[in-house]
Design a protein around this ligand. Structure first.
Ligand code: FES
Length: 125
């Protein structure tokens, strides 16, 4: 498979993503580097982002796979409290600079897939 061809990669079952609940982690190759990523559900729709804060490039979850605040309305970075909008990844408060890197998802027949892009590829084992 050429790395330029977009592909759709199985990620999880739809039921694994609960609105405002725990994330499902996965790994991607972003610009040639293996990076952690995560998928969440918000207002019914699945979304996925690189697990990389835009303040300092570090992983954000304060407990494994926990990104939502108690209200279920924000994705938080544990380190200095940056807040991101769950549906766009845009910075909504705190020290973040710009938005999270979004990863395209699709959902059908009870399954969620993520989509590759020119700078987002599956990790090869
Ligand atoms: S590293 Fe995320 S807020 Fe500072």
């Amino acid at each position: 498979m050429s790395t330029a061809e977009p592909a759709s990669i199985p990620l999880c079952n739809s039921a694994d993503l609960v609105d405002g609940g725990l994330a499902v982690p996965f790994d991607v190759k972003y610009a040639g580097q293996t990076c952690r990523a995560f998928a969440i559900r918000y207002s019914g729709a699945p979304h996925a982002y690189l697990n990389r804060c835009t303040h300092v490039a570090m992983e954000m979850d304060y407990q494994p796979d926990r990104f939502f605040d108690d209200s279920g309305n924000w994705l938080l970075c544990a380190t200095h409290g940056a807040a991101y909008l769950p549906d766009t990844g845009q910075c909504a408060g705190g020290p973040c600079r710009g938005g999270l890197v979004k990863i395209a998802l699709s959902e059908s027949d009870g399954a969620v897939h993520w989509h590759t892009a020119y700078n987002l590829q599956p990790v090869e084992f």
